[in-house]
Design a protein around this ligand. Structure first.
Ligand code: NAI
Ligand code: MG
Length: 359
């Protein structure tokens, strides 16, 4: 039979993004080489990012979305560098792709790996594992607002930043969260808002949550305010399974989750267009980490875990499982980068994961 071919657009972009994309590609290429002709990955790398901006005044080509739209997936590193304002780099590349390709579901598992010390003492004795489902198309990152609005006397410049919530947008992310909960041992969805203070959008969110929940009587539910949920992440994480939240709240909670799991460098994420009208994008949760970039010491596990999520998206579930298993063996064996208390380099961890898959 002819091998299945998957075309992947790689966008390493900035800082450690470049190092971790190299790591993830190495793992995927090793899998393809070992697949005995069952599947291949065809890569095209795009040079977009903050250096590109310095040369061209753009974070990506003007027709960049056109160039990306026919790929099977996008494998992304991280964007942002001190030479470009963060809102310019983020909106010019990552948010542009997420929003135009309607990658409305951002899935961010919080996994506790063997051999990695969590700041939660509870993690030593309790089985912890949950997933943050982030509404990724509207909410606080809808980009609605403006600056230099006619000021109140004495207020100086006025800026307004609005959050957009649609019934359609709320309903699809909640159904996604409930469907995901049904695949898990603990069938539960926790909805996060700040609807006591934000009485329009987040009250709509709460109402849609209640009506969608009625279609899933087999799934347990709870609604928790975001401030209380951040405390719950720390104090009662064993009660969590699927946590669904708006764009900003889930962004914050998923960083908290990965820090609790031991490091921002461990956390994987998938930006999905579940209808598959556009390519989905897979990237680690972390940013470009300018403080350690270029030293070869960043943790590749988040990016490699994101590659495993991409394998799942391709239907290569056994391979995804093999990658996740290899990550667990390697962290358990003590091959760790320094953010998680080890001395191994990015490439050493990557090589250990590859050799575990092969064995
Ligand atoms: P960051 O995630 O880049 O770094 C936060 C801390 O975590 C740093 O101490 C860093 O060294 C550490 N860290 C991050 N990734 C790591 C890894 N793989 N291994 C070991 N340690 C790691 O967040 P920060 O510093 O707030 O932002 C830096 C730049 O990244 C900014 O320009 C920001 O806009 C951008 N950013 C981009 C994101 C994306 O492309 N999705 C997400 C978050 C931030
Ligand atoms: Mg973030």
């Amino acid at each position: 039979t002819t091998p299945q071919k998957f075309r992947i657009a790689a966008i390493p972009a900035d800082g450690v993004g470049i190092e971790v994309v190299e790591a993830g590609r190495a793992v995927l290429d090793a899998l393809a080489a070992a697949s005995q002709g069952r599947f291949t990955f065809e890569w095209q790398e795009f040079p977009w990012g903050s250096d590109y901006y310095a040369k061209t005044g753009r974070m990506m080509d003007e027709d960049g979305l056109d160039q990306l739209k026919d790929f099977d997936a996008i494998y992304f590193g991280a964007v942002g560098w001190p030479t470009v304002p963060d809102h310019v780099s983020l909106w010019g590349l990552r948010l542009k792709i997420c929003q135009n390709f309607d990658q409305w579901a951002n899935v961010r598992p919080v996994e506790f790996l063997p051999g990695i010390q969590s700041p939660l003492r509870k993690a030593d004795t309790t089985e912890l594992n949950w997933v943050v489902v982030r509404e990724n198309s509207e909410g606080e990152y809808a980009g609605i607002g403006g600056r230099n609005l006619s000021a109140r006397p004495g207020s100086g410049e006025v800026a307004i930043q609005s959050a957009l919530f649609t019934e359609y947008g709320c309903e699809r992310i909640m159904r996604f969260a409930f469907d995901l909960a049904r695949t898990r041992t603990h069938k539960k969805v926790s909805s996060v808002t700040k609807s006591n203070a934000q009485q329009y959008g987040m009250v709509l969110w709460d109402e849609v949550f209640t009506s969608v929940a009625a279609d899933y009587p087999d799934v347990e539910t709870e609604s928790v305010l975001v401030d209380a949920m951040s405390a719950k992440f720390v104090l009662r994480p064993e009660e969590l399974s699927v946590v669904v939240a708006s764009n900003l709240n889930a962004d914050i909670l998923s960083d908290l989750g990965s820090a609790l799991a031991g490091s921002l460098g461990l956390a994987a994420s998938a930006n999905l267009n579940p209808e598959r009208r556009f390519p989905s994008m897979f990237e680690p949760v972390h940013g470009s980490a300018p403080d350690i970039a270029g030293q070869g010491v960043c943790n590749p596990v988040g990016a490699i875990g994101s590659a495993a999520l991409m394998l799942d998206h391709f239907g290569l579930h056994d391979e995804a499982k093999a990658v996740r298993h290899a990550i667990e063996v390697v962290t358990g064996d003590g091959v760790r980068t320094r953010d998680v208390g080890g001395t191994a380099t990015t490439r050493e961890v990557t090589a250990a994961i590859i050799s575990n898959i092969a064995s």
